[in-house]
Each structure stands twice: as C-alpha cells, then as structure tokens.
Design a protein around this ligand. Structure first.
Ligand SMILES: Cc1ncc(COP(=O)(O)O)c(C=O)c1O
Length: 495
C-alpha cells in the first residue's frame, strides 16, 4: 500500500501490482483463426517455468497508474525548475513532432547510405551549425552525453600528444569544476591538478602559472563557470597553455549563456563538448539517450571519433571511417539520432537571431533573480552574472535551518528546488538557473516564495525543517536510495 497526496489529500491506495482481478483485461483480441500453438514448443528453454504473477487490469486502471506516477514527479512541463548547472530548458513540442516524422523515426541503422541521405544531410547541417555557434572547425555528433563528450575531447588531446611522442600526465582543473571533469581526466589516465579560483570567482592567470610544466597536457575550463561567472581571462590563459605545448579543453555545458554572442573557439579553446539538453532543448534526465557532441579545431581532426558525415563532390552524403589515428567509435551506430533531429529543429526554428535572443533572455532572467533574491538572501558573488546565480543561506545560520531544508520547503510551494551544495566552493550554495523561457510573473512568484521561506525560517523554523509536508513521500534517505536502489518488484507471498 502507498499513500497518495494529490492536492494535499492523503489516502491509502494499492499499488498497481496489488490491484486487478483474474480475467480483467484492457485488450479485446479478435477470435483466433489459426490453430493454437504451444508457446513452450515455440520458445523452448526461454519460456518462464514458474509463470509471471502480473496483475490483470482494465485500460483505465493502467492509464491512471501511469498518470498518477507522472504527477508524483516534477518536470519542466509542470513547474518552474531552476536547477542550476543542470539547465532544465523547456523542450519545445515542435522538436517532438520532427523527431517522430516516420522518415526519421523509422530509419534502420543498417539502412544503406543511399536510403538515408536525408538523415545524413540533417547530421551534416547540424554539425555545421554547431561548429558555427562554437567557433570550431568540426564537430563529432557521436557522444551520448556531456560527460562522454568530455571523455572524447580528452581522448583526442591524449592522442594528439602521443602523436608527437609526448605523454604529459596532468590536466589543470579549477576547484569550481563539475565532477565529470576530474572523472573524465581519470578515465583517460590523467592526473587532475585542482587549483583555486580567484577572489572574484574566476580563474586568474597567476593562479595557474605555478602549475604549468611540460607534464601538463591541458587545462579544462567551464565558461561561464559553475558560479555563473564569465571567465574573462580565458584568452590569456589559453596563450599560456599553448606556449607550453598544452591544449585548452572547454567544458561547453554552459553554452546557453554564450550562444550567438561569444564563440568559445575565438577565446582559444581547442576542443569542447555541447550538452544538447542544456542548450539545444533536447530532453534531459532519466539517464536516457542523450547527445553531447564534441567540437574541435583542425589540429585535432586526425584523432576525431569516426565515422563522420562528409559531403562528396556529387552532393551525396557519406559516412567516413577513414582516420588512421582516430580515437575510434564512441557510441553504437552514429549516436542518438533522435536527439540530433530535435536539436536541429530548435536551431532552425530560432535561427541565428533567435539563438542570440535566447541567450540574452537567459542572462537577463538570471540577473533579475540575482537582484530580487539579493534583497533577502546572500548573493555569493554580487556582480553581473551570466545564466545562473549562486545564493546562500548565510544569514539563517542561527535558526538551525539548513540549505536542504529550504530546498525541501520549496517543493511544498510547488517549485523544484535549485541545485544545492554546489559549487562546493560556496558554503550552503543554492545555484539558481531560471532559463530564458520563464516569464517575469513566474520569477516574481519564486522570489515571493523564497521571501516567505526566509520569514518561516525565522518565525517557524520547525515548519521548514520538517518539509516537505505536501508530497507523496517525505524525506528520503537519499544516500541509501542511490547506493541500494530497489528496482525490482517482488510478488507478495500468498498467505
Ligand atoms: C558544467 C557541467 N559539465 C559537465 C556536465 C555533464 O554533462 P552530462 O550530464 O550531459 O553528462 C554538466 C551537467 O549538467 C555540467 O553542468
């Protein structure tokens, strides 16, 4: 039994597997007009011996079950979702229409090139568009997520050094970096050298100077960084690294703040990943199929993942596997094609001016929140921010209310909490990223709720500390849920 709380009413109801009755069904099949076959004879040893105690249910019961489950979740389609660094960007529905067009959705990955010209053409145009946006020479569409794009970029950097008979072992990574950065280094056999950001939250050239040596393969910098600040010293830093024979990896996860305004390639970055879900409105989350293309300058082309899409002289599109020094294939077939269709649709829907406008609105919205939230909360770096802003609860320390309590209380008010306790360099950080599609009205509601929670923390701290009060499940043991997830339903034993 589970309790359910739609609109605050709590009642006990059976789980779907505990419902149903023998013979109840949601399907009506036509009369059999062929002899009945013995499934065991058809499937042999693959057939289950003990039967499957699945519930027998009507269509409305099944439908209600899944709709109810969806209501227990938060999504960008039903609420403001200011999850900094993760960028919960609205997924326009026209993208879904395009991805479901039968000519795209029903393609078989083994179809011959002559029959998939349209798909290859779309990939070719998407690559060209992304290369233009980031100021790179080429882009591989293969990686399945931002983290895999990082992995690919660092593999190319390693191959580049090895081709020159060098094997530098270190990669410089600032303390503000996303956790995937050091992980990608480790996967490539590099040692991460962490260095602090400057007083203003950005990397100062003087901070990295002591770490530069012949053993440095690259620096990994996120721009804007995870504090939402523009790394204005990047061109100087890039020159310092290049002078040492090292390369510059740009974590492009925050491109939503630059798109159409600043090209990372023009700042000295040699290779970077795109998180299409964070910039080009492809679906996010759930660990599902994603797309994290990796853009690179010409010097890394010999090492790029293969295959790539090339346009032949006769105008036909081809898959090329011809790169002797390629780091190889990163993903089965050609990557997650459905995501490419969605990203390309977004790019074409908005056009160059639209992409610029999206960037401008994302930055404007974040700065509006910085100013408005700053009336009550502590803004970690109170200077013009890019697409996200870090606040914290420094002023509540005497109340006993924690950052996690505030996040949980926001859920009672119908908002998904911002990212909390990240970046690690700000104590009690709340990283708020509104994105460009939110209206001033929504932002004002969020600010009002944050003010209310601040008042509650002073006057009724227990209310905040006990939150959430209005959800189906209360506080979970998140560590246990992550370490020992219970993913399998077990049939109740009959008594
Ligand atoms: C700055 C930064 N780098 C890398 C990543 C990893 O990207 P992904 O989640 O697509 O693997 C993220 C994720 O949001 C990020 O915010």
């Amino acid at each position: 039994m589970r309790s359910s709380a739609s609109s605050g009413v709590v009642f006990e109801e059976p789980l779907i597997f505990e419902r149903g009755a023998e013979g109840r069904t949601g399907a009506s099949l036509p009369e059999m007009d062929v002899p009945k076959a013995d499934p065991k004879a058809l499937f042999g040893a693959q057939f289950r011996k003990d039967g499957t105690p699945l519930p027998e249910l009507s269509e409305p019961e099944v439908f209600r079950h899944y709709v109810r489950l969806s209501e227990w979740n938060y999504s960008i389609d039903n609420t403001f979702y200011p999850l900094g660094s993760c960028t919960m960007k609205y997924n326009p529905k026209v993208n879904e229409w395009a991805a479901r067009l039968p000519g795209f959705a029903r393609l078989h990955p083994y179809a011959p090139e002559s029959q998939i010209q349209g798909a290859l053409e779309l990939m070719w145009h998407l690559e060209a568009g992304l290369a233009e946006v980031c100021g790179m020479d080429r882009v591989s569409l293969q990686p399945a997520a931002g983290a895999q794009g990082e992995l690919a970029g660092l593999m190319m950097i390693r191959a580049y050094h090895e081709a020159q008979g060098r094997s530098p072992k270190k990669v410089l990574v600032p303390e503000t970096a996303h956790g995937t950065n050091p992980a990608s280094c480790a996967f490539n056999g590099f040692t991460t050298v962490a260095f602090p950001g400057g007083e203003n939250g950005i990397v100062e050239p003087s901070a990295i100077a002591p770490y530069l040596s012949d053993d440095v393969a690259a620096i990994m910098l996120t721009n804007p960084n995870t504090l939402g600040l523009f790394e204005s010293n990047l061109p100087v830093i890039a020159t310092m690294l290049h002078d040492k024979g090292a390369l510059v990896y740009g974590d492009g996860a925050n491109l939503n703040a630059l798109m159409g305004r600043v090209r990372p390639g023009d700042l000295g970055i040699d290779v970077m990943q795109f998180n299409l879900h964070k910039t080009f409105t492809t679906p996010h989350g759930g660990g599902g199929p994603g797309c994290g293309p990796v853009g690179y300058k010409k010097l890394l082309d010999p090492f790029a993942p293969s295959p790539t899409v090339e346009k032949a002289e006769d105008g036909k599109f081809k898959l090329s596997f011809h790169r002797d020094a390629s780091v190889g294939r990163l993903r089965s077939f050609y990557g997650n094609f459905g995501m490419m269709v969605r990203a390309y649709t977004y790019m074409r829907e908005l056009g160059a001016e639209g992409l610029k406008a999206a960037t401008d609105m994302a930055v404007l919205n974040a700065n509006y929140l910085r100013a408005a939230l700053g009336e009550t909360w502590n803004v970690a770096y109170d200077t013009t921010c890019m697409h996200e802003v870090v606040i914290n609860d420094k002023h509540l320390r005497d109340t006993g209310v924690t950052t996690l309590d505030i996040a949980k209380r926001l859920i009672d008010y119908g908002f998904h909490p911002p990212t909390v306790y990240f970046p690690l360099v700000v104590k009690g950080a709340m990283l708020v990223e509104p994105t460009e599609t939110e209206s001033k009205q929504t932002l004002d509601q969020f600010v009002d709720v944050m003010k209310k929670i601040d008042e509650e923390a002073h006057k009724e701290p227990e209310k905040v500390k006990g939150a959430p009060h209005m959800t189906n499940l209360r506080r979970l043991d998140e560590t246990r849920a992550a370490r020992n997830p219970v993913l399998r339903w077990t049939a109740p034993t009959s008594t």
